[in-house]
Design a protein around this ligand. Sequence first.
Ligand code: F0G
Length: 458
Amino acid sequence: MKTIIEPFKIKSVEPIRFTTPEEREEVLRKGFYNLFLVRAEDVLIDLLTDSGTNAMSADQWAGMMRGDESYAGARSFYRFERKVRELTGFKHIIPTHQGRAAERILFSLTGGKGKVVPNNSHFDTTRANVEFSGAEAVDLPTAEGRDPELIADFKGNMDTGALETLIRKVGPGSIPLCMITVTNNSGGGQPVSLANIRETGAICKRHGIPLFLDACRFAENAYFIKMRERGYASVPVKEIVSEMFSLADGATMSAKKDAIVNMGGFLAMNDDALASGARNLLIVTEGFPTYGGLAGRDLEAIAQGLDEVLDERYLEYRIRSVAYLGERLAAAGVPILQPPGGHAVYLNASKFLPQITPDRYPGQSLVVELFRRGGIRSVEIGSVMFGRRGAGGEFIPARMELVRLAIPRRVYTQSHIDYVIEVVLECYENRARFPGYRIVEEPAMLRHFTAKFEPILR
Ligand code: F0G
């Protein structure tokens, strides 16, 4: 059969609330045109993030009941540890409440002033944790990865030439570790090839630099390798995953993505001394090393989710359903970042709304319009999030003006996605009329979460 269907049926459902255009206008006004300030129950289709928004399976919910809530040595911890070790091969498995907790512990131990951390592209919490330690975070995407329109297989790759240049420039002693983010979220959810992980690992090894994976979306990345990398078409995804992790010395993971749960994460590594330091820090802020800020039931749900995410029927459906959204939009002429990523489609707002200059936030305008017309919540990844003021107060735009439509796992069906397509196309037809926005109030840091906007109505 050619039709790829959702590889599950639905046992428990949650109603979504329909709103009138007048109600949505009111919600926008009261939320100061910032969708982070809007209540989730006022949203019809929520594509803000794929993180922690997943639907768990009956077996995961059953695991929640089986959770062992003992403070120390809980059975659920050993099940979790066994599963993560089987998958990654790492010696030390340390649970954390989410990805950024693993990042904070890792960079508290390895970062600091004068240190430099390369990554294909840091996610913003990863960058924040590197910088908070006093170290410098350097993104090294390839030229392919920086071109939004180019269609290529592995646009998430690390620029290994630039990595060698960086090592030569700052010296291996200044680089406590190198990271590869799979898939590359900030770069459009694009995958990294095994060849690239292998080459990066070899360079790191030559200089005595440990390689860590930011493994949030490891299964989606492995499925892309199976589909696109020569020689892997008939290799089981589970084996590809093992090979990916075997090339690294450790990993951070937000289980809120590819462990298909609502909360959780881990830090894993082979280095005994580093692990011992990490467990000490874990006890101070997260919890005892056999729960690390999670309940026993969360550990059960993660262990189960890590099995389910490797089901190739699930991955086929997952990657195809995101691609379906991207392909339908692109076919109608809507400018998107090509090719569609593993967890999201990114609209290219500067091409969508060429009449709105970056200092009037075309991405924000599109985010507002998707909600106004269809109750869809998306997120701006452009000059609201990354724009700055220079020394003279001049506006410095982000590298790209994007709007991310992130797809929660197992939550929406194809008809929901067809609806999203219809709303985006309606926006596209009416795009000439959309206004720009100005920021009327903003905090000192991470302004996109709480900034207040108003439309610029000539
Ligand atoms: N690394 C990557 C690549 C991520 O995408 C995220 C989270 C994290 C680390 C941090 O994990 O949220 O569990 O602390 N990304 C979410 C997103 C928030 O919307 O893309 P966390």
